[in-house]
Ligand binder design. Structure first.
Ligand code: GDP
Ligand code: MG
Length: 145
């Protein structure tokens, strides 16, 4: 069976990668950037940023109706985040693999969440789920497009 959503795109694309406040506070910025560099992707945007509430709500607007939404916004705005744009062939799907499952207890060892996190509500990192969202999120939060 052909499962297109599981196949990394062959296009050069960009993913918005964000180290969440817990990752910054725990001193994991270097470790996380290093994993993307070693994989072979190109860093094309980077900033340390205190995300205002409205922008956090816009970023996670698809999750607005979830019971954990207020907690999520509180988490993301609780301290500085590192906003990054990473470029490369298939970077969106590949970054999701490097990052691992949303719940760190289900994330495989070797992934960022599998190695460095325990709780879904403190899962260290965000990665775009499609090239379209990558573009949109970089435009909203990294300002380099
Ligand atoms: P992701 O794409 O793997 O980051 O996961 P989603 O897009 O589904 O959710 C976005 C973020 O919301 C996750 O990374 C978590 O930080 C948070 N989140 C998702 N589900 C839950 C949950 O059940 N409880 C809590 N507290 N946070 C959640
Ligand atoms: Mg998501």
């Amino acid at each position: 069976i052909f499962l297109p959503h599981l196949v990394a795109s062959l296009e050069v694309e960009q993913s918005y990668i964000m180290i969440k406040p817990d990752g910054v506070q725990r001193g994991l910025v270097g470790e996380i950037i290093s994993r993307f560099e070693k994989k072979g992707f190109k860093l094309t945007g980077l900033k340390l940023f205190q995300c205002p509430q409205e922008l956090a709500e816009e970023h996670y607007k698809d999750l607005q109706s979830k019971p954990f939404f207020p907690k999520l916004i509180q988490y993301i705005t609780s301290g500085p985040v590192v906003c990054m744009a990473w470029e490369g062939v298939g970077v969106v799907a590949s970054a999701r693999k490097l990052i691992g499952a949303t719940n760190p207890l289900q994330a495989e060892p070797g992934t960022i969440r599998g190695d460095l996190a325990v709780q879904t509500g403190r899962n260290v990192i965000h990665g775009s789920d499609s090239p379209e969202n990558g573009k949109r999120e970089i435009g909203n939060l990294c300002c380099i497009l």
